[in-house]
Each structure stands twice: as structure tokens, then as C-alpha cells.
Design a protein around this ligand. Structure first.
Ligand code: ATP
Length: 311
């Protein structure tokens, strides 16, 4: 049996606005049931990608498939499969949280009793039951964003686009949104997330792509990206001076810290490197009191790749 294709794919996706080339032939592939983060500075073109994939904006070129459909010609077929939450919410601030959700459920033609149970379940899931009958105008930013996310999920979409879902939120609200998003993927949804926040991509995504000047300049897991920049090392600490000095001789390229009996072994600090280090320590019968892996953070990656610090 052949394996199903990716939930979202785009090949050689291009888009210009006048002479402003926003996307210059990018490739995207998101396996079903995973979370993909498109990371980029302000104005990099992240929203444009989401709008194209969701069928709200036409690409100039590129092969696009979302849940097997081409968003340019089969947007209607996709509409029940995808959910989209943007930076500017669709929430009506004059209505209560419950009324907002009910409105969406009715628009989706859910049966009357199904509306009530679905709305109650979503209010509960997003921790909004207590505030359900208050006007959204009185909600905090985080509550509004959670409601917006809940509204996106009324129809149980299997593919969810989240365009900068936590921009402008305080840390506590961001964590609440992160938990909700993580739960979606745990339950089997495919999530396509855009963000300017490196830690958000780091916390959430299975796969991160960095968009800069219309191109994807790097992609991989957070760990793979971190290994692209120099500075990764494994640090060994020894309780015994004899073991330390023997280790210095064994690991010729390592940087010793004689005061701490510690040794920094440069490299990619990946699994294979760790195996080799442990095997060498075992073979020599050396006792290590502490081993730690140091990798640069995504801020370092961003700076190296784009020449600019992160937002
Ligand atoms: N409809 C449009 N007409 C003309 N230019 C546009 C249009 N939409 C986007 N752009 C331009 O395309 C570029 C990318 O914009 P986009 O909103 O996709 O970036 P972004 O990465 O989402 O940025 P932000 O983080 O600020 O939301 C910008 O230079 C923007 O001015």
C-alpha cells in the first residue's frame, strides 16, 4: 500500500506584488498529523503563504495541494477540511463567547442539539466556560485568542492554519494558546503555524522552515537547525584529576578547563557524536561526574542565517 501524501505541499511557490517579489519559488511539505512552523521576520511573506495555501490569494506559480485539493480551483472542496485563524480575529466583540461559537456552528449547519453540545465542549476545552456569557469586548487578549481558536475548530477541521497566533499576547496567555495548539496535534490534526517567535517554533513545531527574502533559507527540526551554527559542544566534567588529564589526551581537539576538571568537545553534539564519546570513555575506563550537551539556541541560528537578530 502506498503511504498517503503530505497534508500540505507546495512546490516552487512564487508570488510578487508589482515588482515586490515576496515568494521566490519555495517548497513546503507537511506530513499529516504534524506541526510545521514557518518562521520569519516582519514582512517576510508568512501571511502571504498562509493566504495562498488557504485559497484566499492566488500564487503566480507553483504546484499546491492541501488535503489533496488545489486551493486555486477546489477551494470549496477544501473549505470543510481547513480551519484558519489569523492575526486579526473573526470574533464579534459585541457578542458573548457562547454566542460567537453558536453563530459559527449554525453557519456550519450543525443540528440544534449538536450545536449546544459542541459549543459547551469547546468552551470547556479552551477554559472559557466561566466567561461564556460575558461579552467578548470584556475578554483579555489571551481569552479572545483562545475563543478565536475555538471558533476555528467548531467544524473539526483536520488541517489548521494559525497565522501568528500569539503575537501581542503576554507570556501566560501564549502558554495557554500553545497548550491548546499542542492538543490539536496530539488529537491528529495537521497544523501550519507562522510565527516571528523562535521559542514558539522551538516549543511547538516538528519541523521549522526559516523564510527570508522570499526563500526558505534553512529547515529542519529545532535541533537540526541549532546544529547549523558553530558553538555546539559536549561538556564532560570529572571528579578525579587523573581521569581528567587522561581524557584531555584522548580527546585531542577538546578544550580543557583545568580549574573545573571539565572538557568541551566541539562538534554537532548529535546522537552519533555522543555515542562515540561514551564509547571512548568506556574503552579508557574513565569516570565522568557530569555530561551535558550544549547547542546554540534558535536566536543564534536566525542571526547566522539572516544576518539580523530575531524580532
Ligand atoms: N495585497 C497586497 N498587496 C501588495 N503588497 C502586499 C499585499 N500583501 C502583502 N504584501 C507585501 O508582501 C510582503 C509580505 O507580507 P506578509 O504580510 O506576507 O508578511 P509577513 O511575514 O506575514 O509579515 P508580518 O509578520 O508583518 O505579518 C510585504 O512587503 C507586504 O507589504
Amino acid at each position: 500500500m502506498s503511504s498517503p501524501g503530505p497534508a500540505i505541499s507546495a512546490a516552487r511557490l512564487s508570488k510578487s506584488f508589482g515588482d515586490n517579489t515576496v515568494l521566490d519559488g519555495i517548497d513546503i511539505s507537511v506530513p499529516a498529523g504534524t506541526m510545521y512552523a514557518l518562521l520569519g521576520p516582519n514582512g517576510a511573506g508568512k501571511t502571504t503563504v498562509v493566504r495562498i495555501l488557504a485559497g484566499l490569494c492566488r500564487a503566480d506559480a507553483g504546484d499546491i495541494r492541501v488535503a489533496g485539493a488545489d486551493p486555486r480551483t477546489e477551494r470549496d472542496a477544501m473549505s470543510t477540511t481547513i480551519g484558519l485563524t489569523g492575526q486579526f480575529t473573526a470574533v464579534d466583540t459585541q457578542l458573548t463567547g457562547r454566542e460567537n461559537l453558536t453563530l459559527v456552528a449554525r453557519l456550519l449547519h450543525l443540528h440544534k442539539t449538536a450545536v449546544r453540545t459542541r459549543v459547551a465542549a469547546l468552551l470547556d476545552e479552551f477554559d472559557l466556560t466561566g466567561a461564556a456569557d460575558r461579552r467578548v469586548g470584556e475578554y483579555s487578549g489571551g481569552m479572545t485568542r483562545r475563543l478565536d481558536l475555538a471558533m476555528t475548530l467548531v467544524g473539526r477541521p483536520s488541517i489548521i492554519f494559525l497565522d501568528e497566533p500569539t503575537t501581542g499576547l503576554d507570556p501566560r496567555s501564549r502558554h495557554a494558546v500553545w497548550n491548546a495548539v499542542r492538543r490539536l496535534v496530539d488529537e491528529g490534526a495537521t497544523v501550519f503555524l507562522t510565527t516571528q517567535y523562535l521559542d514558539e517554533a522551538d516549543h511547538l513545531a516538528d519541523h521549522i522552515a526559516v523564510l527570508d527574502h522570499g526563500r526558505i533559507v534553512a529547515e529542519g527540526t529545532a535541533d537540526e537547525l541549532k546544529r547549523l551554527v558553530p558553538g555546539a559542544h559536549v561538556r564532560l566534567e570529572f571528579a578525579d584529576a587523573g581521569d581528567f588529564f587522561r581524557a584531555v589526551r584522548i580527546f585531542g581537539s577538546a578544550i580543557p578547563d583545568e580549574d573545573a576538571f571539565a572538557l568541551d568537545i566541539p562538534g554537532d553534539a548529535g546522537v552519533d557524536a555522543l555515542r562515540e564519546i561514551l564509547a571512548a570513555l568506556d574503552a579508557a575506563g574513565l569516570d565522568v561526574s557530569r555530561l551535558s550537551v550544549h547547542t546554540p539556541d534558535l536566536d543564534d541560528v536566525f542571526l547566522t542565517l539572516t544576518g539580523r537578530p530575531a524580532a
